[in-house]
Every structure is written in C-alpha cells, then in structure tokens.
Design a protein around this ligand. Structure first.
Ligand code: AVJ
Length: 319
C-alpha cells in the first residue's frame, strides 16, 4: 500500500474511534477537527466570504491596517515565521510582505497534501525565503525543522481565532506549548474573536444561504463516506447557539425525529430533538484574553481591533 493510502486508512480509523466514543457518550459529540476533509475545507473557504461571517475580512483588514507592519517592526529583520494550522496559508502573505528580509516560513499542518501545495505556493511567491513545512498536529509539541537559522527571531502566527475552538484549559495548554516550541525571546501574532451581540454571532454561524449548515452536515456525510455509516442527512438540522455562560457559539446537529443510525455494527439511537455537539467557538473580552495569554507564558505587547470592535489581533512576547 502507498504511504498516502496508509495515511488515509489511519485517518479513517481515528475518525471512526472518535465517532464511536463521541456518539455513545451520554451527551453526543464529534470533534470539530473532522469538519475539514476536502469538501469541508471548500465549504469553510465559502464561509469566509459570506456577508454574515465577519471574522476573516475583519482580521485581514486589521492586519493590513498597520498591525502587520508594526508586528514586523517589533519582530525585527530576518525573522522565522511559524504558522500553526496553516491551511491555505493566505493571511501569512500580508505578514511576509511587511517583514524585513524574513529568513524562513514554517507552515505546520496535519493535512500533508494541502500543506505541500500551500508551501509550494509561498515558495514560488517569495524567492529566497526558506519554506520548511512540518506535518504535525499543531495542538501537540513538535520539533522545529533542523534547517531553521538558529539566530533568526521566532515569530509565531495563529490567525483566524482558531484558538477559540479550544476550551479555556486547552487554549492555555496550546499557548504554553507554543511558548516552549518557539523558545526564549519569541513573539506570537494571534487572532481572537470578541464577545458581541448574540444576534451578530448566531448569524455568523447560521447564514441565510445555508453554507454553514452544509459545512456542519458534511460531518455526517463524511461518516457515511469514510466509515460506512447510514446517517439520513435530511433527518438532522444545523443549529448555532450562543452559550452566554461559557461565552461561546456552539454548533449542533439536531435529530428531527426519533431514529437509529448504524455505525461499524453499532446501532446509535437518537431521541427527537437530541443533538450532536460538533464545535465550540469561544469569544473573548480583551482583559480575559490577556489573562489567558499570561497563564500560557506570554505578555501582551500590542492589541489591535477594528473600529466596530468585532475582532482582535494580539502581538505576544514570551514571558
Ligand atoms: C476556523 C475555527 C476559526 O470558529 O469561526 C466557521 C470555524 N465554524 N463557521 C470559527 C467555523 C463555523 C471557525 N474557525
């Protein structure tokens, strides 16, 4: 079997194990990382262009509106940029353009094929930049590539408010891990979505065109495709709710009727109205985010927001 086929088989086995654990628990859940197969990644790109989904365009405007330039000035010349969960690696172009003679770009992503494609694009656009991709789960400690110039100032990059997918303890653990991986004197440029009117938040995660609904339901289609499950997609509906106590938007899939689904020889029963919890997207208040960063070993050096205070971008310095 080819390496790619083996990797795909391992992925399917891990997906099935997570699905069996999550769907037989008293409160059904599926980990949000499984939302991003090829179809899920395509739907997420479509989400970032929706009128209701403000985070991507707001963060991009903040980066362009002086934030990237100031972060680049503070990081200094010859920096090595390490991006956690690089995906399509579009926003990093703004940062690379602002930096004086960046030494290296290290995109870290769990999906080897996208990582290779994104790395090749960046390498073609930035002649002379050492592009050193790392295939790794960025939520766990990993080694920086051996070819990284030892004296290059390290600048981590974690845009998109992806940190919001962690619960508070997981977010702190991620920050502490990033601090250890990047080392003494490092900086981290990180996006964090802000608490706001629940109507704005719920619309951003339940758009009128139904793209986010398709994104969420694709998780069940994926279990049908890859694990031989028999979910009837028309018997579930997408739900996005603001949880004010936890200050997060939750995505669920609601069973529209009593039903049973089969997965790997198991029968999984659903009551009418029972949900599968598929994603948390935590929102922050600036004071709370600064405290979270401090617990993870980082000092807030700068914070930028847009005029409507929808989104924030932070430059952190290793404490
Ligand atoms: C990619 C995790 C930042 O939480 O806003 C978008 C994912 N989910 N719409 C987010 C997502 C539904 C997104 N992140």
């Amino acid at each position: 079997m080819s390496g790619a086929a083996q990797a795909a088989g391992r992925q399917r086995a891990a997906l099935l194990a997570d699905a069996l654990a999550g769907l037989t628990a008293p409160r059904k859940t599926l980990p949000c990382k499984w939302l991003y197969d090829a179809e899920g990644a395509r739907l997420f790109e479509a989400i970032t262009r929706l009128p209701e989904y403000y985070p991507t365009r707001t963060e991009t405007a903040i980066l362009r509106g002086g934030c990237a330039a100031e972060a680049a000035r503070l990081a200094g010349p010859g920096a090595a940029v390490v991006e956690f969960g690089s995906g399509s690696a579009e926003k990093v172009a703004i940062l690379l353009a602002a930096l004086a003679a960046p030494a290296a770009y290290v995109p870290v992503d769990i999906a080897p094929d996208w990582l290779g494609a994104a790395a090749a694009r960046v390498a073609a656009d930035w002649p002379g930049l050492a592009v050193l991709p790392v295939v790794a789960d960025f939520t766990r400690p990993f080694a920086l590539p051996a070819g990284l110039p030892a004296k290059a100032p390290r600048l981590g990059f974690f845009p998109g408010s992806t940190i919001g997918n962690f619960d508070p303890a997981g977010a702190e653990a991620f920050l502490a891990m990033a601090r250890r991986v990047l080392g003494e004197g490092a900086r981290l440029l990180i996006g964090a979505d802000l608490v706001k009117d629940p109507a704005v938040l719920e619309a951003a995660y339940d758009d009128a065109a139904g793209v986010t609904a398709r994104f969420n339901l694709n998780l069940l289609a994926r279990l049908n495709r890859e694990c031989g499950a028999d979910f009837d997609l028309s018997a579930f509906r997408h739900q996005a709710v603001w949880n004010p106590r936890e200050e997060r938007v939750e995505m669920h899939l609601v069973s529209l009727r009593p039903q049973a689904v089969s997965l790997a020889g198991r029968r999984i029963g659903f009551a009418a109205g029972e949900t599968i919890h598929t994603e948390n997207s935590h929102k922050y208040r600036p004071e709370g985010f600064a405290r979270l960063c401090a617990r993870g070993g980082w000092d807030a050096e700068r914070c930028w927001t847009d005029p409507a205070r929808l989104f924030s971008v932070w430059l952190l310095r290793a404490g």
